[in-house]
Design a protein around this ligand. Structure first.
Ligand SMILES: O=C[C@H](O)COP(=O)(O)O
Length: 334
């Protein structure tokens, strides 16, 4: 038996709220009463759309920091060693020297991890060893990615296999039918089984929000996945028609906040899928700052999953770097 079979109604009775006091209401009550006001969430999301203009030095700092949040991803059916090697090379040296920074600050700019299919884990490990003496974590997708429509036994075995072959982070998918049919006990069991199979690896649970039916389902599924042991909750696989959106991000962050206030446990958040531009990244960073605060602005609690946003960030960094240097020059010649 790979996982502990925990009954949802028995699990949360003794959880604590943030101040250490006992939470009286059981988790099941919280789950049943969890409610989303869709209109107000959508209105809050619109406010995140207009954070510009930002001071160039602040923007540069945020974009450089955001590289460190990236799970630099390649999840294509035609990935080969060559693709993964290129990915790893970009991950360990994502930008050329930024002249407006001190030299040693440049050395620290790397992505949080690389994210690949299980069969490419060893390619990533090999390539990483060629490019750096301090390899980045390798994340693998598993658990019947991207659909989750496979037996739990093989999905859990896939998680264990990935860990044995060198992945320290596993991005698993949920079976969307359990969310749509609100089978929360079964969802809890599935996620917990895969967490246990990961033997301590960081488990990011992908809800595939575009296929969850409603914001309320997303809120409830987020709570269940965290209670089942998810270290991160993640929006999307990148393969759904609708992937990461700001309203969904708000709801998932609020679930993280509720869970934290009940348990004192900080669960991470990973938007992924369709994040393509540096403006998207700025919006997600702002969302985290507003909803969860600066504590979450760290790779241990915030990741961005993206296969093709890095080029946009790097291009913008070069523009800002030039702009800052020009303005420093003109300051000194005054
Ligand atoms: O987990 C990451 C996603 O697969 C990335 O999606 P993307 O290719 O739309 O950036």
């Amino acid at each position: 038996m790979l996982g502990r079979n925990i009954k949802l109604e028995n699990i949360m009775n003794d959880l604590k709220v943030g101040d250490g006091a006992k939470e009286q209401r059981p988790f099941e009550y919280l789950l049943k009463s969890a409610y989303v006001n869709d209109n107000s969430v959508h209105a809050d999301a619109v406010k995140l759309k207009a954070p510009f203009p930002i001071d160039p030095e602040d923007e540069l700092r945020i974009l450089l920091q955001s590289i460190g949040f990236l799970d630099l991803t390649s999840l294509s059916a035609d990935d080969t060693y060559a693709t993964i090697s290129k990915l790893c090379c970009s991950a360990v040296k994502p930008v050329h020297d930024v002249k407006s920074l001190a030299g040693d600050e440049n050395v620290e700019i790397r992505t949080a991890s690389v994210c690949v299919y299980p069969n490419r884990i060893q390619d990533a490990a090999k390539a990483m060893s060629l490019y750096t003496s301090k390899p980045l974590p390798i994340a693998a997708v598993a658990g019947g990615f991207p659909s989750g429509q496979y037996p739990l036994l093989t999905r859990a075995a896939e998680v264990a296999w990935c860990v044995e072959h060198g992945a320290s982070e596993i991005d698993i998918v949920v079976d969307r039918s359990l969310v749509l049919l609100r089978k929360w006990g079964e969802l809890h069991k599935e996620v917990n089984t895969m967490v246990v199979a990961g033997k301590g690896a960081k488990i990011k649970v992908i809800l595939a929000v575009g296929e969850c039916g409603s914001l309320e389902n997303i809120l409830r599924a987020s709570l269940v996945c965290m209670d089942a042991g998810a270290h991160f909750i993640k929006t999307s696989t990148g393969k759904e028609v609708v992937n990461a959106t700001l309203p969904v991000g708000i709801v998932m962050c609020r679930a993280i906040k509720i869970f934290y206030s009940r348990t004192g446990k900080k669960v991470g958040f990973k938007p992924a899928g369709g994040i393509r531009t540096y403006q998207d990244v700025l919006e997600w960073v702002l969302l985290i700052k507003k909803e969860l605060g600066n504590d979450w602005l760290s790779p241990s609690l915030f990741r961005i999953g993206a296969s093709s946003v890095l080029a946009s960030i790097v291009k913008r960094i070069a523009v800002l770097d030039n702009q800052i240097q020009e303005s420093r020059k003109s300051e000194t010649t005054k």
